[in-house]
Design a protein around this ligand. Sequence first.
Ligand SMILES: C[S@@+](CC[C@H](N)C(=O)[O-])C[C@H]1O[C@@H](n2cnc3c(N)ncnc32)[C@H](O)[C@@H]1O
Length: 280
Amino acid sequence: MLNKQILRIIGVFIFFDGLFTLIFGKKFVRLFRFGQHSGLYRRAIEGLLTWPSWALRAGAAVEAVVGMALIRKAPMDAQSLYRFFARYYAFIDPGWRDWFYRRAHSTYDLEIASRLSPGGDVLDLGCGQGANLSRLLDLNVPFGSYTGVDLSPEMLAEARKKFKGQSNVHFQHLDLEKDPLPEGQFDLITSTWVFEHLEDPKQVVDKSWERLKPGGAMVLLFIISTDTFISRLISRIYPFFSARLIREDELQAFPGIQSIERFFGPLGELVLVTLSKPIE
Ligand SMILES: C[S@@+](CC[C@H](N)C(=O)[O-])C[C@H]1O[C@@H](n2cnc3c(N)ncnc32)[C@H](O)[C@@H]1O
């Protein structure tokens, strides 16, 4: 058990080190330039920086593949994954938010701000450390209440720490696929970067739809599979992180689709989907 855990941690570390070096090259390696100049570690880093860029990236590709092979020997379920990542999430989250999919996230901001009327109640499915709550606060959206639900106690603990003392903010531990959603009706139900972890996202959308007030909206952000090389490659990597790409036909089966916007990036095609519930 412990061996699997160690293998997994080493695998994840090696995989991401390889992946980020592959993407960012020497810029990423320079981040590790610390310690005494004469020390073995520092000399190894300086040595790497003398490599031609193509050789560094080729080495990084091999490293990522080795990391992947180790993770494959000890795959993680979502709960173990976020138990491990909770400590590092704040550091890696800007990767996809501000670098890979910046335009998607600014479009998401506009969407939630325009969908929520003052005093509206918000439900965030798979809230993690409350990134979407930060957005609502930064955007000065005068929401009435915010409820964030998540499977990972460690992610929720970080969120609770961050938003301590906000009386209209609640966090709840639950499994979207197995547990009932919090009681009540919501004006805005949102979810970002979570559906990839669900076996049956349609089932979660259907039960959320029942919690949506007439006139309310669901704003969802997740990666879908497409018929491209990058999508096929990524669909092989995602399962190591207890995730998968959502199929287009699964998306098209959601109720009340009002708009779908697509954004291309290194983790695949991200869709921003708005579902709108008619006023009865
Ligand atoms: C990539 S994080 C995204 C967190 C947040 N929405 C954000 O945008 O930063 C995915 C989150 O989904 C949660 N999650 C995965 N499967 C879940 C499930 N079945 N029920 C509830 N939460 C789940 C994980 O615990 C994790 O916090």
